[in-house]
Design a protein around this ligand. Structure first.
Ligand SMILES: C[S@@+](CC[C@H](N)C(=O)[O-])C[C@H]1O[C@@H](n2cnc3c(N)ncnc32)[C@H](O)[C@@H]1O
Length: 294
């Protein structure tokens, strides 16, 4: 419902607050906050007593909360962005952490997971938007500067959103199903950090086309906001022979689309939108951060 409503909302004019339409406020007045955002169901639930106050009850509530958030939008198989999100089935997501962080990162890309968590720790804020979430492992392991951060998870795939929201239920995250290459339908300047890890190499097109995502990030970030993330490039990076083969297979299957992604295009895309940026390589992985949208 959240995603369907977002699809019907026009973005606010500059200087105007983003809010839910009057029909939503009439329908569920108790779930619309003063700032106009839809509150999580739990925030408006009566205080838990009896079974719901036990740890089993709380676990069950959290579980149903994240599944209740499953948005109804599905991706059209003819859409260019379909392939990049299609492997994130429930079963695929169950194996994701072990395959990606147990094998791909240490063996193929030669970049320890700890380096990604470090990048999160350096930049994540108390108003964070994360895009392309899969299982939410990095968000789960990083340290937020506040005990109760406001987290929005955005992904094109409803399974990823459900699994990550369930894992991060302790933060009561909002979920938003949207394509990162199209207008995001999120309020302007409403986040202090945006994370984009291992997403760009899943997107169709060249990095020059994918850079539209940086423009959307610039609009969603506050004036001091930071975009940070990691990606695999196809050109100008050293790969082991095994990693090159894996990259070729994943590109052939459509899981990745990055053989023409170049460092110059990544830097140019970031420089167009942000006052400063930093790019560095760990193994075959490119880590980036960019600050202050212009
Ligand atoms: C490789 S996973 C990255 C997961 C996590 N950020 C990490 O680093 O472990 C890519 C995620 O991006 C999502 N995704 C793929 N294409 C997308 C698109 N066009 N818009 C939004 N999300 C997309 C997939 O559904 C998946 O959850």
């Amino acid at each position: 419902m959240v995603a369907r409503l977002c699809g019907h909302l026009a973005p606010p004019l500059p200087g105007q607050a983003w809010t839910w339409p009057a029909c939503v406020k009439r329908l569920r007045p108790e779930r619309v906050s003063r700032s106009g955002l839809l509150l999580p169901r739990e925030a408006t639930r009566p205080r838990a007593t009896g079974f719901w106050s036990t740890s089993v009850g709380r676990w069950y509530q959290r579980r149903s909360w994240s599944f209740a958030r499953l948005p109804p939008v599905s991706v059209d198989p003819g859409h260019a962005a379909y392939a990049g999100q299609s492997m994130y089935t429930r079963r695929g997501l169950r194996a994701y952490d072990a395959v990606v962080y147990g094998f791909n990162f240490p063996v193929l890309w030669r970049c320890p997971k700890a380096r990604l968590v470090e990048l999160y720790d350096a930049h994540v804020s108390a108003r964070h938007l994360d895009i392309g979430v899969a299982t939410g492992l990095l968000l789960d392991q990083c340290h937020f500067p506040s005990p109760a951060p406001t987290i929005t998870l955005m992904d094109l795939n409803a399974n990823s959103l459900a699994v990550a929201a369930q894992r991060l239920a302790r933060y009561a995250p909002q979920t938003h199903q949207a394509n990162v290459l199209e207008p995001w339908g999120l309020p302007r300047a409403s986040f202090d950090s945006v994370g984009m890890f291992n997403l760009l190499h899943c997107l169709p097109g060249t990095l020059r086309e994918k850079a539209v995502a940086f423009e959307c990030a610039g609009a969603a970030l506050s004036p001091e906001g930071v975009l940070f993330g990691a990606t695999l490039l196809g050109k100008g990076i050293e790969y082991t022979r095994l990693a090159r083969r894996a990259l070729a297979i994943m590109n052939r299957r459509g899981v990745m689309c990055n053989l023409d992604d170049r460092l110059e295009d990544l830097e140019a895309g970031l420089a167009r939108v942000f006052a400063s940026h930093e790019v560095r390589t760990v193994g075959s992985m490119v880590l980036f951060s960019a600050q202050t949208p212009v």
